[in-house]
Every structure is written in C-alpha cells, then in structure tokens.
Design a protein around this ligand. Structure first.
Ligand code: ADP
Ligand code: MG
Length: 622
C-alpha cells in the first residue's frame, strides 16, 4: 500500500500556524508593536482603519533590516532573537518564536518597507497570502513600516468570525496600552480612521500611566517600590477610594512584558484586605523585574502567562510592599521609610471605604403624575430608605426639564393602570382593607405577603430590578425621560476606550435623562441626571454600564436601550441584605405587579413564587 502521509506545503502550514498567533486584528497590533520595540525604536506609530479589519500599520524608527533579512523575516521560525534553546533563559526581547510575520503574511496583504540607519537605500516587499508579489530597492526613512491589509482575506470563515468594530477596536486599545505602559521611554502615537487617539511622549512611568488613562488618574496613584534579591517592584496602585467596579485597569509587567497572573492578582487583593468594599477592584500598574532565568515565558503561545521559580516568595513580597505603600499613603505627608508594623495593617482604612455611595433610589418619583395615577407609588420619605423622596422646594418643577409638552406621561399611566387590575385580582380586598400589616420582610431578602389563594414570596432585589428596568425602558423608548438639573455639573473622567463607548451610547443615555454639557477626550460634563438617580450614584452607574458593555455595544438601538436599562436597574436596585420599611415593601410589591412582565427579573430570574393554601395544607397533613 502506498504511504499516505505528506508534508504540508509551507503556505498551508503557515495558515494553520496563523490560527494560533493571529486571532484578530489586535493580535497583529501586538506582534508588530513588539517587533518595533525589539528593534530598539524610540518612536512608534500605530495606524489602523476600521478597527484593524482593513489596515494595521506600524511604523518604527528602529534598526531596520538588510535586504536578506527583509526577505527572510517572513519565513517560519525565522528569528534574529535566539539561536539556541538556552537563549530562552536569558531572553530580553518580546519575540523569539519567529512565527509572527510568517503567520501574518499567510492571511493578509502585507507591505513592508525597511532601511537600516547605515544604508542609503532600503527594501520594499509586498507579500500576499504567503506569496511574494514584489521586491524593490527604494529611498526610505530609517526603520521599518509594516502595513497589514485585509486580514483573513483568504479565510472568509475567520473574517466573518470577527466581532463588531467596537469590540475589535477595544481589543486593539488593550494591546496598545499594554505595550505603551511597558515602555515609557518610547514615543507612541496611535491613529484610528485618521484621528489621533493617543500621543504618548517619552516620559516617566507615572506620566505614561496618566497619559494613557486620563489626567484624573494622577491623584489616584500611590507609588510602590521594593528591591529584593528575587525581584524589584516598581509602579503604582490606586488609592482605595478610587476602586472600581470592574477589573479594567490592572496591569502586571514582568521584565517589561505584560502578563496575566491570577496568583499575583490575589497578592494585590490581599494587600487591600479590609480596605475595599466587597467586589471593588483597585487599579494597579506593577512592574516586576526578575532574573530572566527565574521565569519560563514559554508556556503559552501568546505569552501572557509565565511561570516563576519562586512564586510564593514573590507573592509575599508583592503583598507586603503594596501594604506598605498604602500605609505610607495614609500617613502622608509624613513619609516613614522604616517599616513600621502598624503601617502594615491599616485597619482604620475600613471606614474610608465608605466613599462608595450607598444606593438610595426614588424609583417612583414622578412630579408630573397626579395622585390617582400614582397611588401605588407613594414614597415613604424616610431618608436612606428604598424610596427616598427628594426634598420639596417651592420651585422644584423648574428642576425638571423636557416634559412640559406632555404632562400626561402616558407610559407610566399605562403601567399604573394595569397595576390596579392586577393587584385588585391578586390581593384579597378584604384582607387589604383590614390588615394592619400586609407584607413582611424575611432575612432582609424576601417579602412575604398574603394573597387570595395563599401567599406570595417576592425576591426584593430581583423585583426592584424589574421595576426599575421597565421604568428606564419606558423612559427611553417613549423619549420622555425627565431630568433633574444639577446645580454644579459633574465632571467625570474616563479612559479613551471608555469615552469611545460613552459617545456611542450618548443618545440612549440622553433618553434615560442624562444631559451632557460636554464630551471631551477624557471626560464628560454632566449637567442633568435621570430623576430616579442620585448624584452620588452617577459615577458608579456609568462604570457598571461600561463594564457591562465592554464586550460590545449591541448594534440596534432597541437592544442598546435594553442593555442600558438592564445595567442601570442592576446598579440601582435595592440589594439583598437591606431592611425595608413596611411602606417600602408595599411599594415594591405593588410596583412589581404593576410591571408588564412581573414574573422574571430583567436577567430572566424568577422574581416571586406563590404558595397556595392547599400546598400548605398538604405540608401539614402528615
Ligand atoms: P520574532 O519576533 O519572534 O523573532 P517575527 O516573525 O515577529 O519573529 O519577526 C521575525 C524577525 O524579523 C525578527 O526576529 C527580526 O529580526 C525581524 N523584524 C521583524 N520586525 C522588525 C522590525 N520592525 N524592525 C527590524 N527587524 C524586524
Ligand atoms: Mg515578533
């Protein structure tokens, strides 16, 4: 029988290998930026079009390649960075596999221009799907430019698999930021569809962090510094009161390479033990330098995970030095460099964590509905409670804008009207009239109430999410959101990625009642907020929203509204563990059954269960 095994042709092998190296445009960005860094460039430009789907170009002023290397660099396993396996243990470059360019050239149209500083002329090569199209000698600036066009042009399945531009762009920003944060000694610029997104001059580490994120970041940072035989640690962690809801700005670099490590993350969190609210996430930018032979970076093809020789020592050192920094920050401006054990356990921070606002919602407050329409929604007025009623002032009407034309507020009228029907049938009228208390909260989690057929048990958090969700959605879809004007506009700072999301969401946010006075590169000025949101909740609410939508904004406006309403309902809903007054419990139960779809939370979890008297009887019938 003839043998059946054949060696794959190079271009097929390259295409297969490309699957591992290049998942999306951001992978190309990462490989090209790292090559430019490895070429000792001091100025690197990243230019992308259509979130990298039509163009990713990196231009550097590094050492360039001679004509032979210019051709060789597209071969698989062609690298100038290691010669022997042992070289892996003294690695100081980003690349070493010699796979990236071969892979990229297999699945895109690539134009490369390169010139070495000592040469007068450079080389220009065009290669498409691993096939050399042309090679010329040309007058070129020093350094190298790679333009990668039409990624996955020859693998339609992969191309179709790419996510929306917003998502792909987000991934590119992530990769860009990782490289830019690791190399503050390099000038980076980044253009997307012709607009400059980042311009990061050579600077100190601190300035680089601030330039990458936003001007506001500076005041959030506490420096960390530690030198031991095993590791040198530099960088910054955020002050506890600036902790975020999402894990956005958390970076470890080991020997100038961005890495992910759940274990080291845990060490950082341990240093914050007791000073952060549950679930809050600090930002950190930590640069570890270790001897190259004490790590193995070879365990993951895209190299964001590494293995350390002495992980547990690293853990302890990291935790202690961050604790120390946080402690010092707390006693600032007196900086005590002798380690004081008291500083290592800054328990008094516990109280500082109160910066995260407690949530107070008046989900029912609607100045334009009359009593009849709103009779189920009477606010209790007790402050700090679920339905806090804003203090009435003589001219409070003027604070609300946008409703003059349509004082009926038809949507909420419709909802409340339904409520009368539903509640009328659900609750036994007699009982409602005579009972002193008709609702009971148990375990600060459920509200139990007798109904005709037996009893209903309502999950307070999910029920409130449903109520808020429908309110927001109604506001947004009928474009009738009422806004409360802020006396002093709020300035909120965001990273450029977040700003991008906000500008895409702006219209929907305006429909919920937000009024944006300005949107700049790194911050927004908000002069009006939805009526059922308090000022202190705004930043948490937007942060939650950005974190919920990090994987992409839905394409159509309906699902965009839906996502925003869900996220805001999640942020603002009363949580399990909060005591509610009887009035609040009643309002919540009534509000729930006034909803169009009271059975489930916006996240499709049941909001209540019922138990019939017969069910109870059965249980007692033993
Ligand atoms: P690796 O980076 O793992 O060596 P690559 O496929 O990314 O593999 O690159 C192959 C080789 O091409 C590199 O080792 C380097 O010698 C050369 N090279 C790539 N990009 C550049 C650049 N921007 N400037 C100079 N040389 C480069
Ligand atoms: Mg490389």
């Amino acid at each position: 029988m003839s043998s059946i095994i054949q060696l794959l042709p190079d271009h097929v092998a390259n295409q297969i290998a490309a699957g591992e190296v290049v998942q999306r445009p951001a992978s190309v960005v990462k490989e090209l930026l790292e090559n430019a860094v490895d070429a000792n460039a001091t100025d690197i430009k990243l230019i992308i079009k259509d979130a990298g789907k039509s163009l990713v170009q990196v231009i550097d002023n590094g050492k360039g390649m001679n004509v032979t290397d210019a051709r060789l660099c597209f071969e698989r396993h062609a690298t100038s960075k290691i010669r022997h396996a042992e070289d892996l243990f003294t690695l100081h470059t980003k690349g070493f596999r010699g796979e990236a360019l071969a892979s990229i050239a297999a699945i895109a149209h690539v134009e490369m221009k390169t010139r070495q500083p000592q040469e007068e002329l450079g080389t220009q090569i065009v290669i498409e799907g691993s096939k050399f199209v042309s090679q010329e000698t040309a007058v070129l600036p020093q350094g190298t430019s790679f333009a990668v066009k039409n990624l996955f042009f020859n693998i339609p399945a992969r191309r179709n698999f790419l996510k929306s531009d917003t998502v792909e762009y987000r991934h590119i920003i992530d990769e860009f930021q990782r490289v830019a944060l690791a190399h503050s000694n390099i000038h980076f610029t980044f253009y997307h569809n012709g607009s400059e997104m980042f311009n990061l001059p050579v600077s100190t580490l601190r300035q680089r962090v601030v330039n990458v994120f936003s001007g506001k970041t500076n005041e959030k940072l506490v420096p960390v510094h530690e030198e031991t035989e095993i590791v040198t640690i530099e960088g910054f962690v955020s002050k506890p009161e600036f902790a975020k809801k999402n894990r956005g700005e958390q970076f470890f670099f080991v020997n100038d390479r961005f890495i992910k490590s759940g274990y080291l993350h845990h060490a950082v969190m341990a240093a914050y033990d007791g000073i952060l609210k549950d679930g809050a996430q600090p930002s950190y930018f930590l640069y570890l330098t270790v001897p190259p032979n004490s790590i193995d970076i070879n365990i993951h093809p895209t190299k964001t995970e590494i293995k350390f020789d002495d992980e547990s020592a690293l853990y302890a050192i990291l935790r202690a030095s961050i604790k120390h920094s946080l402690g010092q920050f707390n006693v600032a401006p007196v900086l005590d460099f002798d380690r004081d054990s008291n500083l290592d356990t800054p328990y008094h921070y516990k109280d500082l964590a109160g910066a995260v606002p407690t949530i107070q919602v008046d989900s029912t407050f609607n100045p334009f509905s009359d009593d009849k329409v709103n009779k189920h929604y009477a606010g209790s007025g007790s402050s700090g409670s679920l339905y806090k009623k804003p203090a009435a002032t003589a001219s409070w009407e003027s604070l609300y804008v946008g409703l003059e034309q349509e004082p009926e507020f038809p949507a909420s009228a419709e909802i409340s009207f339904e409520s009368e029907e539903v509640t009328a049938s659900l609750f036994n009228d007699e009982e409602v009239e005579h009972a002193v208390q008709n609702v009971y909260q148990i375990h600060k989690k459920y509200i139990v109430s007798p109904i005709k057929s037996g009893m209903v048990i309502v999950d307070q958090q999910r029920a409130h999410q449903r109520v808020l969700y429908e309110q927001f959605l109604t506001n947004m879809t009928v474009h009738q959101a009422s806004s409360q004007q802020l006396l002093f506009p709020l300035n909120l700072y965001f990273s450029s990625g977040e700003m991008e999301l906000i500008s895409e969401l702006k219209l929907s946010l305006v429909n919920t009642g937000f009024v944006f006075e300005e949107t700049n590169d790194d911050h927004v000025v908000i002069s009006g907020i939805p009526v059922n949101v308090t000022e202190s909740e705004v930043s948490i609410l937007l942060e939650q929203l950005l974190s919920d939508l990090q994987d992409g904004i839905p394409e159509n406006s309906f699902s965009q509204n839906d996502s925003i309403a869900k996220s805001m309902a999640r942020s603002l809903a009363v949580k399990t563990g909060i005591s509610l007054t009887v009035k609040e419990q009643e309002n919540l139960v009534n509000g729930l059954f006034a909803c169009k779809d009271p059975n489930v939370s916006p996240f499709q979890k049941p909001t209540f269960i019922t138990m019939r008297v017969e069910d109870l009887d059965k249980k007692f019938a033993v």
